[in-house]
Unconditional design. Structure first.
Length: 76
């Protein structure tokens, strides 16, 4: 059950990462109105950083993999 929610969260993070990357690159290439660029900058960049951070934090180090299965959150 926990694995299903983790897979769903990972999939959502990947989708958000791809969408925000496309939006940011589109603003760099295409000459949009200023308010569109500001909106994408305000929402797209934090979503990109957050989803990338969640994806990298979700991968345990090889030596910590077994410990994470036993106790997934240790509070540090």
């Amino acid at each position: 059950m926990v694995s299903d929610s983790m897979d769903g969260q990972k999939s959502l993070c990947i989708v958000l990462l791809v969408l925000s990357t496309i939006a940011i690159l589109a603003c760099l290439v295409i000459n949009f109105e200023a308010w569109i660029v500001y909106t994408i900058a305000i929402f797209g960049i934090p979503v990109w950083v957050s989803s990338l951070g969640l994806l990298t934090m979700a991968k345990p180090r090889p030596e910590d993999a077994e410990e994470r299965v036993k106790e997934p959150f240790t509070g540090y």
